[in-house]
Write a protein that binds this ligand. Structure first.
Ligand code: EPU
Length: 420
């Protein structure tokens, strides 16, 4: 078993370069299934979720070549939608994008039912509603979701909840449909714009991504034969911004889109941190103890749920009583139990957590319950007094590329150790 061992109390200083966005990559890679041709994707984050998705596509018949550590060529001319590895898709949440992409291209898709996960229930009713509106029949039984259609026809879909996954899946299913599809109450996250830009580069006609009404004009074929570069990861950048302030450091974050970071920038400045945004990089630095805040997680452009645990660490050592209301996931406060082992004073009940700010944290063995909880615990380890051990690294490796190396370059004392 691997663990991270962090000797804390080091202010982080220097520069860090942000990788391509995980949540864009895990949608763009399955989106290549809509292309009857070859495409090249750059700025691909080299993380386990991406490598796993590439393996799934290869099982379907795609040819994927890693040209460099961050560039792939994908040939999806010959694919067989019946070859989805159901065991793999059962464990991998983003596999739901295979439904939209394969339904769109082959009019048949089957994946394992996703079920709940560490963040709580993860329904996909809005995905299914979109496929059905386009003319597909969807069957959920025996642990599988099967979607099929004779043909898909443009339609109007109103999303009852703002959902990243359902918005992307509706786009994927509509790109090759006959006529125009209008997706109303769409999610506006940067990775939705990125998926639409990718598909448009490959020959699709999608307008309005980034607003709450997206129009997809169906086209006959996506020919590909183009290169696309994935957007920088908003959540990775936000994680380093929070780490800079929490560790009393001074970091310059390179290769980021500062516009995507406005909600986190505003919150850091509100509690007493310093941020200077400049083109494609920003400097974040500590000058005095931060103070309490109230945060409610919301869909973009609100404060992202995927930065909530990291911000929770900062609030746990900020002066005064802070409150976080988690409005997206029902079970995203499991990290607070681990932080309390490190001396934090957090009471979490349902979707609300109250943080009584303490002066500092102390090291302890802790367990990452999910990806962002893992990132939060790394920040906690870096600021704590003593040697923190973090377990369940598979969650962290799913979504952060070379995380310990990036933190080490900033001065953190962090090692990956294999425990017998
Ligand atoms: N929802 C429904 N019905 C649906 C779909 C969603 O009720 O059909 C609800 C969910 O239960 C949740 C809310 O809508 O309460 C938002 O869920 P959404 O569909 O937006 O989430 P997702 O697409 O499953 C993506 C990210 C998550 C991120 C959320 C919210 C990917 C692969 N995952 O999930 O990322 O938290 O959007 O921004 O893009 C992470 O990166 O750590 C992570 C969990």
């Amino acid at each position: 078993m691997e663990k991270l061992v962090i000797t804390g109390k080091t202010p982080l200083k220097g520069e860090v370069v942000i990788s391509g966005a995980k949540n864009a990559a895990v949608a763009i890679i399955p989106a290549t299934l809509l292309i009857n041709g070859v495409c090249r994707i750059e700025n691909v984050p080299n993380i386990s979720d991406v490598r796993l998705y590439c393996e799934i596509l290869e099982e379907l018949g795609a040819k994927i070549t890693w040209e460099t550590e961050h560039e792939i060529t994908v040939d999806t001319r010959k694919i067989d939608p019946h070859k989805v590895p159901l065991d793999t898709t059962r464990k991998f949440r983003a596999s739901y994008y295979l439904l939209g992409a394969l339904l769109g291209r082959c009019k048949f898709a089957q994946v394992s039912s996703p079920g709940g996960c560490n963040l709580g229930a993860r329904p996909i009713d809005q995905h299914i509603k979109s496929f059905e509106a386009l003319g597909a029949t969807v069957d959920v039984s025996n642990g599988k979701i099967t979607a099929k259609a004779k043909k898909l026809k443009g339609t109007s879909v109103y999303m009852d909840v703002v959902s990243v996954g359902a918005t992307i899946n509706a786009i994927l299913a509509a790109v090759l449909a006959e006529g125009t599809t209008i997706i109303d109450n769409a999610a506006k996250e940067p990775h939705i714009v990125d998926v639409a830009n990718f598909l448009n580069t490959m020959g699709a006609d999608i307008r309005g991504a980034g607003t709450d009404i997206i129009k997809v004009h169906g086209v006959k074929e996506l020919k590909g034969d183009a290169t696309y570069s994935i957007v920088p990861d908003q959540i990775e950048a936000g994680t380093f911004m929070i780490a800079a302030i929490a560790s009393k450091g001074d970091i310059t974050i390179k290769n980021c889109i500062t516009k995507h970071l406005e909600s986190i920038t505003a919150k850091i400045v509100e509690i007493g941190g310093n941020v200077d945004a400049n083109g494609d990089h920003l400097r974040v630095w500590y000058s005095k103890r931060t103070h309490k805040a109230t945060i409610k997680t919301l869909p973009y452009p609100g404060f992202p749920t995927d930065l909530q645990p990291q911000m929770g660490v900062l609030l746990s050592i900020s002066e005064g009583t802070s409150i976080i209301n988690e409005s997206i996931w029902e079970s995203r406060f499991q990290y607070t139990v681990e932080l309390n082992k490190m001396g934090a004073n957090i009471t979490a009940q349902g979707k609300t957590a109250v943080f009584e700010g303490v002066k500092g944290l102390t090291a302890a063995p802790v367990y990452a319950s999910d990806l962002r909880a893992g990132a939060a615990l790394i920040i906690a380890g870096i600021i704590a007094n003593g040697k923190t051990e973090i377990y369940n690294l598979n969650h962290i490796d799913r979504g952060y590329e070379n995380i310990e190396e990036k933190f080490r370059k900033l001065g953190a004392k962090i090692e990956r150790v294999v425990e017998e």
